[in-house]
Write a protein that binds this ligand. Sequence first.
Ligand code: PEP
Ligand code: MG
Length: 315
Amino acid sequence: GVDPRVAHSLVEADLQRRTLVEEWRGPAATSDGRAVELLANVGDAAASEAAHEGGLAQGIGLARTELAFLKSTAEPGVTDQVRAYAQVIAPWRGSKVVVRTLDAGSDKPVAYATLPGEENPALGVRGIRTSGPYPSILANQLDAIAIAAMSAPETRVWVMAPMVSTAAEAKWFADKARGYGLPKVGIMIEVPAAALRAEQLLSIVDFASIGTNDLTQYTMAADRLDGNLASLLDPWQPAVLEMIRHACNGGRATGKPIGVCGEAGGDPLLALVLTGLGVASLSMAPSKVNAVRAALRMHDLATCQQMAAFAVDAP
Ligand code: PEP
Ligand code: MG
């Protein structure tokens, strides 16, 4: 058993830490002032409103648009989509909302946007690839996002595509989104190919957001839905961190902001490593924002960079 005095002091220390975490508010930065934008991941209007009410996140870093699609048996009309997106955007006047276009396929089956009979759907037609067989879905969605953005001129609405792998895909998406008047167009970095070629891809778009859930799955060749593979599906895996470092270097070379919007961003310790690697923003479940903010406040940038070096060099 544990010595009761030791147990008591551990509980005390934990309570103190929790109090500190609860007390901290406002913009997030390291102890020496390196700002890191802390944003929320949301899936619908209710979550967006709750995140705003909570007052912890500075904006939305990932609005997953799948929900509107998963709920209906046919593609929702542009008017319905405009309403859904406008409700997600509405609470965030003066802030940023990053809307991700439809990520159908694989673990997000959308009946009317998923090819039947794929043998390996995680490696199949999903994310931006869906635009091949279903071109009008993206066109309608960009139309709806642009209209919703116009209805909220005080919110900075950015748009990004999931599962981009090549410069050609990035260019195709950027041209299309800009054609709808959307001012900031980005890509998700979830495929190793995109991480390795981040500099080239970022020279085409305005920003990138690293999806560590899929980047881990594809770097480690481990199905993200397979509970037997937990040790491989770990964003602390040095190979995954190496991919992230590569992506961040591409951001530095092009002067474009890189964020993280996978689950990894909500781990306070890993958030320090990601800050050390150079990310400009971290997007996470709103409940995780304060612990990450507190961790940042307790460390300086040099320490974060040292942690990043140790983590990437770990066996
Ligand atoms: C990710 O892959 O890390 C991500 C944020 O996207 P999703 O989890 O929706 O695939
Ligand atoms: Mg993903």
